[in-house]
Design a protein around this ligand. Structure first.
Ligand SMILES: [Zn+2]
Length: 345
């Protein structure tokens, strides 16, 4: 009784002098609640961390809940990253929400923060027993990595790698902004003279453009160009509310598409031989739907790691396609996945 009274008095004293850390140090966790209600998250989380993982996780969850409700995805991602992205099951939906929102918004700063959060999370999941979660978040990490890399390569005019990156990203159009992905892929492939691809990607872009403009009259009726590829069906992708370019810019693309078609371009997507089955499949496919075979993506271009062309980073052992790796290393000198200094093969 007497001790309780002393504790209470001490608490009042600490409250009066705003020394909430002392309250928590006494083992009284109401101090954490108090900081939280006052919006003093920084202090709250730091103090919670000192009390141990469970307290930290509890208040990180509360932080995430409060901030996600207000659409503050990057702030939440930053906080989670600072505390090493704990891989606890109840937090996985939070990471997923952040990943989905940031990937749909395509803002480079947000994506950079997302990448850091996911790198730590995936590392934590790798050593746990949550295999399905590891696979899911590794995919989000790969997509984020490829988008950021695409921007970097475009700035350095690495055209061949950029075109491969844009083409690879089409595989994820049910996660990322689809119309932008097709527009980028059309432009990047046209730039390197891959006109068959450019033609097909621009065509899909124009279909999406019209569907965005007139959602009630969705004109995409035909998916034969992408049949047997791992590019998602147009019926599985979400359309943004607004188009990225003006009608006259769209008309320029349409004119190019018509003109190139008159010149005999625009048959079908290029193929490669599936090394396991000797059948032809779409050049950029990571999965062959007819044979259940699959490939990991190259960390430079996202293209399938076909055995005959694959090399590995000497530091992180992640795989890359030799030509894409050499193009990239000639300009950047470091592995895009682990950042270690690397040389050409
Ligand atoms: Zn590496």
């Amino acid at each position: 009784m007497w001790l309780d009274k002393i504790q209470q008095e001490k608490k009042q004293m600490y409250l009066a002098s705003n020394k909430i850390d002392k309250i928590v140090a006494q083992g009284d966790m109401s101090g954490l609640e108090l900081l939280m209600h006052q919006g003093r998250w920084e202090e709250c989380l730091q103090l919670a961390e000192k009390q141990g993982g469970e307290f930290l996780n509890t208040y990180l969850m509360k932080f995430a809940k409060a901030h996600l409700q207000q659409g503050q995805f990057k702030e939440t991602a930053r906080a989670l990253t600072r505390f090493n992205s704990p891989a606890i099951p109840q937090m996985l939906p939070v990471y997923k929400t952040i990943a989905i929102e940031c990937l749909a918004a395509v803002n480079e700063i947000e994506l950079t923060i997302l990448r850091e959060m996911l790198q730590k999370l995936v590392k934590n999941l790798e050593y746990g027993d949550k295999k399905a979660a590891f696979i899911e978040f590794h995919k989000y990490l790969m997509v984020t990595h490829l988008i950021l890399l695409k921007n970097e390569c475009q700035r350095k005019n690495l055209d061949r790698v950029s075109a491969a990156l844009c083409t690879s990203l089409l595989r994820y159009t049910n996660i990322i902004r689809a119309d932008k992905a097709f527009l980028d892929a059309g432009e990047a492939n046209r730039k390197v003279g891959a006109n068959d691809m450019a033609y097909i990607f621009f065509n899909r872009y124009i279909d999406l453009y019209d569907a965005i403009e007139d959602p009630d009259n969705n004109g995409i009726s035909d998916n034969t160009d992408f049949e047997d590829t791992d590019v998602p069906s147009p019926y599985d992708i979400a359309l943004p509310e607004k188009n990225l370019i003006s009608p006259s810019e769209r008309d320029e693309i349409r004119d190019w598409v018509l003109q190139i078609n008159m010149e005999g371009v625009g048959g079908s997507l290029p193929t490669r031989v599936n090394e396991y089955t000797n059948t032809e499949i779409y050049e950029a496919a990571l999965v062959d739907p007819n044979s259940n075979t699959s490939w990991e993506p190259c960390i430079v271009s996202g293209y399938p790691l076909v055995k005959s062309q694959a090399i590995q980073c000497k530091f992180c052992n992640m795989g890359a396609i030799r030509d894409h790796w050499n193009d990239y290393i000639a300009v950047f000198q470091n592995c895009p996945w682990c950042n270690s200094m690397q040389t050409q093969y």
